[in-house]
Design a protein around this ligand. Sequence first.
Ligand code: HEC
Ligand code: HEC
Length: 309
Amino acid sequence: MKRTVLFLSLPNENGHGTQKAQKDTKGTRNNVARHTFCASCGPFVPFVLLSRSRWAKLLFLIAVTISAAACNVFKSPPGRPPADSQELAPGEIIDFSVLYGKNCAGCHGENGRGGAAIGPGVPLYLAIADDATIRRVTADGVPGTAMAAFAQTSGGMLRKEQIDAIVTGMRTRWGNRNNPGSLNPPPHRAQAAGDAKRGEAVYTTFCSSCHGADGRGGKASSIVDGSFLALVSDQGLRTTVIVGRPDLGAPDWRNNVPDKPMSPEDVSDVVAWLVAQRSQFPGQPYASSKLTRSASAIARSLNREAQAR
Ligand code: HEC
Ligand code: HEC
């Protein structure tokens, strides 16, 4: 009878479990499966001596399977999860999509297209805002508004590397460099203080067709409401006037009046006028019993969210 012997051997001096032909109990020569096993498996390498029987192929396959399993066992001991299945601690995440999705999308919309707040992924925004601005706002927030500080150094949760990943990600995913090119838009930051008096006339020319004669609402909602103006910064108003809100149908600086783009002075002046409408003690007196702009805006965004679900 021919015998098959299955045993464990230490690797030979080459580091591999290869052995030469051996004799079976009857003294006839056997064919030996030569197989080179993975040298990183540790010293125990299963190996097979095979008789020239019809089981040879099958046994060879079994041996290969066992050795492969042994490799896995040595790589990842039982009970220890593979490295890639472990969740990262919040401070270790530097993937832009995850960082933006967890920290920003709730207000700024998926892919930066806008939501409760302006869309920082809108191409025009990325063209006028430089990296330093985006980094500063993200790190330190905008005081007095819903835009919180995200940097740990300013009381937020994100490390410097994570803020950098957000700024870089916004550029690489959504927009090229800070480069307005031939568009020639008004600068992101005002170069000089605006004139509120002149701004009133600018408002009438460029804004009243939608926001009403006095800003209290028309086709579009009120933009002089005390609660709205109390929660938005001067720069926030300026950014909106230049970039518009494409997600809400608000035009950018070029399209309030067909073929009549606003000049940089127009923008500064209309913002100065809006700022002059801000009351010192927002909420008092209760000027109107109508739904305020911010209340209706919140209701709209809640509706949109509900529909999106
Ligand atoms: C709770 C809502 C909220 C969250 C969350 C939020 N923001 Fe904002 N963000 C705002 C508001 C509101 C403004 C406008 C503030 C103002 O009036 O100037 C703003 C403004 C900005 C601006 C400046 C726009 C300008 O005028 O130039 C940038 C850039 C920005 N946010 C980036 C981010 C990033 C990046 C994150 C996530 C790390 C984030 N925001 C999270 C509400 C939010
Ligand atoms: C063609 C119509 C139209 C014109 C012209 C227009 N807007 Fe708007 N505006 C809108 C719409 C639509 C919205 C968003 C929905 C709403 O608030 O009713 C909006 C929203 C706004 C907002 C609020 C953005 C926010 O944070 O929710 C401000 C501020 C604003 N406009 C300022 C202006 C100013 C200043 C002008 C003139 C320079 C102007 N708009 C001209 C249609 C217009």
